[in-house]
Ligand binder design. Structure first.
Ligand code: TRP
Length: 442
């Protein structure tokens, strides 16, 4: 079977950036940043992106392009008879865990689109957010809608269309975010929020916040579960993987930082605590939209773009599972997609309900929603990343990796030695240290 390939360099950048840029940047990054002291968290996050995220991204791309297959099969092809394919299995578990809460938050964006169009953003956005997310069936309905949309796209296979449109829509999201940043920093009292984001207070930095920053780097770049292995397999031999990886990580980080610049000054202006948790974006920005000229138009656009960004990410997660079912279990695409849908909706509904009418749905002192959110990014993805780095650094023959990174000698990659140092020593050691220190603390 001939494999699809992306159309040129912009194709892979657009597709992988579509996977990377999503709720992780605009919803998850600001709320974690707010809960973990602001600027110091941002600094640790940036270090994690550069020193851990980028090398793993290059490793995933190289493995995928070399093997020309999905993550599970890639390890079977490259190391037959060895258990490395378990990384692919772990990835499928991670995809389910992430999709369950991701679809819940995706549903919130749909609710906020409807609300913006109907002019239903109330003057007390905090209360409005809480009463919506704790409602008995509305969040479920919207979550279902979000999942149906993403499954529809995966099922009909209009991915190409999505890719093409996200080339226009993602830059539009960037422009809109810049407008929102300008509005936010000119609000009275905004400077407190900017200070929070830019002036590090290292006393706020705990071992836990380092773990959270590292987990967020994995989450935001879509690393550690084979998503980018699959995407790497669609990249042609002559494309330059290294500059693509740099652009993807750069765009992803830029969007997250801009989201911070839009949210924290606005939060300060409206006296919303930065550590108010997963509702932060949904509380702060609607407050600002209410005060802007044409605010409801901005609000509608913003939530539509956010929803599309979330959809392109959710699709990349679904693809991992669906392509496994199609290529390994020989299910038909339509059937595989429907099966995955049902399987995601069950834990997904538990996530939504655990915030509202079933507050007793708790494990280890966390709601089911928080548990899925926490364990996927801070446990499953880093464990996957650890083994991927060991594999790329020590198991895969060095000349193979070099060949992928230099696109078969056609491109120069001047940081090869740095790359091998990071992927062999620093990345696995850093993940271990963060984990072990976490175990000791608890
Ligand atoms: N990176 C996406 C975001 O920031 C979420 C995502 C998509 C993801 N695919 C992934 C996270 C694979 C981890 C692994 O919203």
């Amino acid at each position: 079977m001939k494999r699809d390939s992306f159309s040129g360099r912009f194709g892979i950048i657009a597709a992988a950036a579509g996977s990377a840029i999503g709720l992780g940047n605009i919803w998850r990054f600001p709320y974690l940043c707010g809960q973990n002291g602001g600027a110091a968290f941002v600094l640790v996050y940036l270090f994690c992106i550069i020193l851990i995220g980028l090398p793993i991204m290059l490793a995933e791309f190289s493995i995928g392009r070399r093997a020309q297959s999905n993550a599970y099969r890639a390890f079977r092809i490259l190391s037959p008879g060895r258990p490395w394919y378990l990384i692919g299995v772990l990835g499928i578990v991670a995809a389910f865990a992430i999709l369950s809460f991701y679809s819940a938050v995706g549903g919130w964006t749909i609710e906020y689109i409807f609300r913006s169009i109907s002019g239903g953003i109330s003057s007390n956005p905090t209360e409005q957010f809480e009463s919506f997310t704790t409602d008995s069936y509305l969040p479920l309905l919207h979550q279902f809608l979000f999942l149906a949309l993403s499954l529809g796209i995966v099922m009909i296979g209009v991915k190409k269309g999505i890719e093409r449109s996200s080339k226009i829509l993602m830059p539009l999201l960037l422009v809109l975010l810049i407008v929102l940043c300008i509005r936010a920093v000119t609000l009275p009292g905004a400077s407190e929020g900017l200070k929070f984001l830019l002036k590090p207070d290292f006393s706020k930095l705990t071992g836990d916040s380092i773990l959270l920053a590292m987990g967020q780097a994995f989450f935001s770049l879509s690393l550690g579960m084979g998503c980018l292995i699959t995407y790497g397999s669609y990249v042609r031999r002559n494309e330059d993987l290294t500059s693509a990886a740099g652009m993807i990580a750069g765009a992803d980080t830029l969007i997250a930082l801009l989201a911070g610049v839009a949210i924290f000054p606005a939060a300060a202006a409206f006296h919303i605590e930065p550590d108010s948790g997963p509702g932060l974006v949904f509380i702060t920005l609607p407050g600002m939209f209410r005060q802007m000229a044409g605010g409801m138009i901005f609000s509608t656009f913003f939530f539509i773009l956010l929803c599309i960004a979330a959809l392109t990410s959710a699709i990349s997660l679904l693809e991992v599972v669906v392509s496994f079912c199609v290529e390994e279990m020989h299910l038909r695409r339509g059937r595989a997609t429907a099966l995955v849908a049902v399987c995601v909706f069950l834990p997904g509904a538990l996530c939504s309900l655990s915030l509202g009418i079933v507050p007793g749905l708790q494990l280890f002192g966390k709601s089911f929603f928080d548990l899925m959110d926490f364990t996927s990014s801070n446990l499953l993805l880093p464990v996957g990343g650890f083994f991927i780095s060991i594999y790329a650094g020590w198991i895969l023959k060095k000349h193979i990796t070099v060949r992928e990174l230099t696109s078969y000698g056609a491109k120069k990659f001047s940081c090869l030695r740095v790359f091998f140092f990071l992927i062999r020593y620093l990345v696995p050691a850093a993940i271990l240290v963060v984990f072990i220190s976490g175990l000791i603390r608890n």
